[in-house]
Design a protein. Structure first.
Ligand code: NAP
Length: 371
């Protein structure tokens, strides 16, 4: 049985609300008066389900200095059990499907099968589906990724990307009977308000690695002024890193506004940042020796080969994404943001400084994986 709240508005069943990014969307949904979110959570019973989502949302709100969340409804269920999903959706007016296996090395089967179950449910109940995909459905293709269906199979870089494309393909196959809106975030990073994140994945791993190596590199450079540590990525790559709270607000706003339903939204930076610029911001924020890190697409070892090995060992999965020159169209996203009076995703040096500060204050990172 669901733990009951006292909200009014459209009831939206939400999967994946406990996730690293999902919890930002959960928190944003709870602030939209027109919505009544109920969270499907893996847990043994309703009390435990509510405790899990409440804890996840409390992290977001405490770190961003927001008031505590209103009452939260939660239903214990596993997406792998379609009967549980159907029962959870009994009186839902929409389904927001975010749950996924985000481990690049995992089998990611739930990303396809869970979406299949979500589609079946929405068709049977005649309710709209809101699906959180990823901008990296594009795989190795440089793009630009249209804000529309990606029909041809991409050259995916891992099983995760492939599974997210397969899930989108199922959705496209179920239109027009299925009313679906697809959100494609790029790399979700720190909360713009606090610099915070519940786990230190993706760029946080790189920041942390520079922090750990900083003193040693400083000493080495004193003896070897020409020391260079090469990063295996082309100098003209771009980084698409979006603040979790900014895109969570966009997702919640679009779900609540029927004028904006349907199609695809690439939730990506309004102005992509060259990774040389991003790297300069990080180097200054961390206090890493300047001019030592160089981007080099040929990935030859530099004079600092031992540091290159140390960096690669810590952030190999993430550095694979640092080579991207991808482009993502996002005119629809910008138009929706304007209609909702919300900001578009942007990052600057102050944002990176906040993230570095948060990462240091939170102590040793607990990051599970680069994403
Ligand atoms: N984070 C990013 O950088 C990023 C970028 C682009 C797109 N996305 C997409 O955004 C969505 C949310 O990402 P995230 O960062 O929040 O992921 P995450 O931290 O890995 O969390 C995954 C969520 O899915 C739930 N889940 C997984 N398997 C489930 C199952 N069988 N039944 C019920 N729930 C299940 C997890 O529940 P438990 O808490 O029980 O494990 C958790 O709430 C995903 O669809 C992801 O592909 C994320």
């Amino acid at each position: 049985m669901a733990a009951m709240g006292n909200r009014t508005g459209m009831r939206v069943l939400v999967t994946g609300g406990t996730g690293a990014f999902g919890r930002y969307v959960a928190s944003a949904l709870l602030d939209v008066p027109a919505l009544r979110p109920v969270f499907l959570v893996r847990a043994p019973d309703a009390t435990a389900a509510r405790a899990r989502i409440a804890e996840a949302v409390a992290f977001v709100r405490a770190s961003a200095g927001l008031r505590a969340a209103p009452a939260i409804e939660a239903i214990p269920a596993d997406l792998a059990d379609p009967a549980g999903l159907r029962a959870a959706a009994r009186d839902a007016g929409a389904l927001l499907h975010m749950a996924a296996d985000t481990n690049f090395d995992g089998d990611c089967e739930i990303n396809v099968e869970g979406t299949r179950a979500a589609i079946d449910l929405c068709l049977a109940r005649e309710i709209p589906l809101f699906h959180v995909s990823t901008a990296f459905v594009i795989g190795e293709d440089p793009g630009p990724l249209p804000e529309g269906p990606l029909l041809a199979a991409p050259r995916s870089r891992n099983g995760y990307e492939r599974s997210k494309w397969e899930a989108e393909r199922l959705i496209e196959g179920a239109r027009p009977r299925l009313r679906a809106t697809v959100f494609r975030p790029s790399i979700v990073f720190a909360d713009a308000r606090s610099g915070g994140a519940p786990e230190f994945a993706n760029l946080f791993r790189y920041i942390r690695a520079l922090d750990v190596l900083r003193d040693e590199v400083e000493h080495a450079r004193a003896e070897e002024p020409e020391l260079r540590i090469r990063l295996p990525a082309p100098a003209d790559g771009r980084f698409d890193l979006v603040p979790a709270d900014v895109i969570a607000d966009l997702v919640a706003g679009i779900v609540a506004d029927p004028r904006l339903h349907g199609g695809h939204y690439n939730l990506t930076l309004a102005e992509p940042v060259p990774h040389t610029t991003l790297n300069e911001w990080i180097v200054r924020a961390v206090g890493f020796p300047e001019g030592v890190l160089v981007f080099d697409g040929t990935a030859q070892n530099g004079t600092g080969a031992r540091f290159e090995r140390a960096l690669r060992a810590r952030v190999a999965g993430f550095l694979a994404y640092a080579g991207d020159r991808k482009r993502f169209e996002n005119a629809r996203m910008r138009e929706a943001a304007r209609a909702l009076g919300l900001p578009v995703p942007r990052i600057d040096e102050a944002y990176i400084r906040k993230a570095v500060r948060f990462c240091r204050e939170a102590g040793r990172p607990r990051g599970r994986r680069a994403r």
